[in-house]
Design a protein around this ligand. Structure first.
Ligand code: MG
Length: 404
């Protein structure tokens, strides 16, 4: 038995399933999952792309990420629903909360994916991790109304690869001794972190399958691609010791990032994700009684290139709006207009002494103490009832903002 047992839990056609669940809850008698349907931005706009599709829509050849106009050409009767991020956040949090009743060792990886380290449950369940997976899967289906795939392995990379095997509503294992049979025959483009650009380069080098990559010379790959080359070779060989990052282990660096299930291409959507990240970071700072001197933003694009920018601020802060103001300013300076896959907000150079108020005007300090009170009461409500009950106004309107 391997030392660790890691699950990767991935919601099947998340945005579409969540929309379907929501419509059924509201009394609709059509389950979007059973008809050709897609979640997409405004189709009258050039940028409207398919964000999610039902399985019947897939049968018409509709692909996630393609323009809506193309999808409609493939299936003129397709039902189109707009994205509604408020619902996604609610469903995502409900899933996290359900898993938390089984184990706290959970890392939210993106809005519809998480890693769970179940090694600690061995005392209770022995090595029967399959039955733990079955319990999680069937409870999500029964209590929340949607299906997930669960990948099981000894590390995160293999668990993630496993959850991507046959869908929906399935459990797959991919331990290192199953790698050659189950993962190596797949095209190298299926490997996590292989973007379009590197896929083309691999092809030119004669690397077609994940197995080809695994068996190629690691030092050569490193020479050619740098650190990325070494990492990708390790992934192809199922090597990965990265831990499941629970909220607690993350709290030390007081940063938060989110991998997005689709590419963000517009500023407004990006700003809303940044706001929700700032909410979490601000809350953690306040909870730990810390103030940040430096605020940073991290971006990873759809080709998995990362870039970031930091700024030292004048007065250390733990206030969500102040962090948000700096984070968006940095975002606007640094964003290269490329499709975004991951956004992170980081706070560093933390201090525990409150900053000296330099405001000369009473009204200003009064204002800032009011802001502090607002943040505190938001934190209290969240702690008591969970994140889903309080979402800043602009997040609720994401749907509208997306299309404007
Ligand atoms: Mg998914």
């Amino acid at each position: 038995m391997p030392k660790r047992i890691i699950f990767h839990i991935d919601v099947n056609s998340a945005f579409l399933s969540w929309e379907a669940v929501n419509q059924l809850k509201k009394g609709s008698n059509i389950d979007l999952r059973t008809i050709p349907s897609i979640v997409a931005g405004d189709q009258s706009r050039r940028h409207g792309v398919v964000l999610a599709r039902s399985i019947p829509a897939k049968k018409f050849g509709i692909i996630t990420g393609e323009p809506v106009i193309k999808a409609v050409r493939k299936c003129p009767n397709v039902t189109i629903v707009p994205p509604s991020h408020g619902i996604y956040t609610q469903c995502s949090n409900a899933m996290t909360e359900l898993i938390m009743t089984i184990t706290p060792d959970i890392e939210k990886y993106s809005i519809d994916e998480c890693f769970v380290d179940v090694s600690g449950l061995r005392l209770k369940y022995g090595n029967d991790f399959l039955s733990i997976a079955r319990t999680i899967k069937s409870r999500i289906k029964k209590e929340l109304g949607f299906t997930v795939n669960i990948g099981i392995s000894e590390n995160k990379i293999l668990a993630k690869m496993a959850s991507d095997f046959k869908k929906p509503d399935r459990i797959h294992t991919l331990f290192r001794d199953e790698m050659k049979e189950k993962m190596w025959p797949l095209p190298v483009s299926e490997l996590f972190m292989v973007g379009k650009a590197s896929y083309k380069k691999f092809k030119l080098m004669g690397i077609e399958t994940i197995g080809d990559l695994a068996l190629s010379d690691a030092s050569l790959l490193e020479e050619r691609f740098g650190k990325y080359g070494r990492m990708i070779w390790e992934y192809a060989n199922g090597i990965d010791d990265s831990p499941v990052q629970t909220e607690e282990s993350e709290a030390k660096d007081l940063s938060n990032e989110i991998t997005i299930g689709f590419d963000i291409t517009d500023k407004e959507t990006a700003r809303l994700y940044i706001l929700s990240l700032c909410e979490t970071v601000g809350m953690r700072l306040r909870k730990s009684g810390l103030y940040a001197n430096v605020i940073g933003i991290n971006i990873k694009n759809s080709e998995f290139e990362s870039y970031s920018k930091r700024k030292k601020i004048q007065t250390p802060t733990q206030n969500t709006n102040e962090i948000f103001a700096v984070a968006t300013e940095l975002f606007e300076q640094v964003w290269k207009r490329d499709p975004i896959r991951l956004i992170g907000v980081a706070t560093t150079q933390l201090q525990s002494e409150p900053p000296i108020q330099l405001n000369m005007f009473d009204s200003l300090s009064k204002q800032s103490s009011n802001v502090k009170k607002l943040d505190e009461s938001i934190d209290k409500i969240r702690e008591k009832y969970g994140n889903k009950y309080l979402v800043r106004g602009s997040l609720l309107n994401l749907n509208k903002d997306c299309n404007s």
